[in-house]
Design a protein around this ligand. Structure first.
Ligand code: SF4
Length: 299
């Protein structure tokens, strides 16, 4: 982290004394650590997924659904923790009976998380580790932490560099998301589940349909399915919610939810190309109340 190159931004900042695009120093900041019941059913099950929400983000999505902790000064939302404290958080979640430890937006803290997982493993952590990422990753960095990951849960947001730049300030998102996903799929191999249907190993690619972007979403799932077919799982999400943090004057097209028509079209297309291992959402998923409160719970 003396010349941080953890993600494709390659800021080369010394995070002991400054911050790069992600806005984070080398101190781990966590906004919430608690069972979460609205992840994909094979992760949440009935006991919940042990989500640990990290502050900051390597992307700059104008519509970010976790804007309260992802950008700028997140001091009021995050709590600084040491690697040992983070290990204790993992163990506390395990004691609550969750199915896995779900690292949400972990990229900026991957080296410290690796140490925390190692400490927790020695102290009795047995749960699978879920790497829940925007997909904007460097393969080199993924390689450094691969041995601790059991389930990859990456987004695949766009194929269009123009759209990636416009909405997430990352024209190079598609190429990096594609390379990273290929790495994850090759590394993890075949999916594994418990008798109760909880995933213990595998890859689930998430794609969030944005208002007015049905054509881009169809291109994304065509690309993914052509490359991976039904060898991985997909999660096609309709839950986009316009939040107060969205600049509605600059992006008026994003100031609505996706319509049932748009989402049904996407699902129809997924079925028509033969997609089988896909999670789909029911009406009512697009609610602000499904976005957790970042009040330091469990930290
Ligand atoms: S993790 Fe942060 S500081 Fe490091 S390269 Fe990425 S955006 Fe820059």
């Amino acid at each position: 982290m003396e010349k941080c190159n953890l993600c494709p931004r390659i800021c080369n900042k010394d995070r002991a004394v400054s911050v790069g695009f992600c806005g984070q120093t080398n101190e781990i900041r966590v906004a919430r650590a608690a069972p979460h019941y609205w992840e994909e059913p094979c992760l949440s099950g009935k006991n919940g997924s042990g989500t640990v929400f990290f502050c900051g983000c390597t992307l700059g999505c104008v519509y970010c659904q976790n804007a309260a902790i992802s950008r700028g000064n997140t001091a009021e939302h995050g709590i600084t923790v040491t690697e040992e404290h983070l290990a204790e958080i993992f163990l506390k979640l395990q004691a609550q009976g969750v199915n896995n430890i779900n690292l949400v937006t972990p990229t900026m803290f991957a080296p410290q998380i690796k140490k925390a997982v190692s400490i927790a493993r020695k102290a009795g952590l047995t749960l699978p580790i879920v790497y829940n990422t925007s997909g904007y990753e460097r393969v080199e960095s993924l390689g450094e932490i691969a041995d601790m990951i059991d389930v990859y849960l990456p987004d695949f947001k766009y194929l269009s560099p123009e759209l990636s730049e416009k909405y997430s300030r990352a024209a190079d998102y598609p190429e990096n998301a594609a390379k990273s996903l290929e790495y994850m799929v090759n590394k993890i191999g075949a999916a594994e589940f418990t008798d109760d249907g909880i995933m213990t190993r595998g890859v689930i690619v998430r794609h969030l349909l944005l208002p007015g972007q049905l054509a881009e979403s169809i291109r994304v799932i065509d690309y993914l399915f052509e490359k991976y077919g039904n060898s991985i799982c997909y999660s096609l999400m309709s839950q986009y919610t316009p939040l107060d943090s969205l600049d509605k004057e600059r992006h008026p097209e994003l100031s609505r939810k996706v319509t049932t028509y748009e989402y049904n079209k996407l699902i129809d297309h997924a079925l028509s190309i033969g997609m089988k291992n896909a999670f789909i959402q029911q009406g009512g998923a697009a609610k602000e109340s499904f976005i957790p409160t970042f009040n330091g719970e469990g930290v």
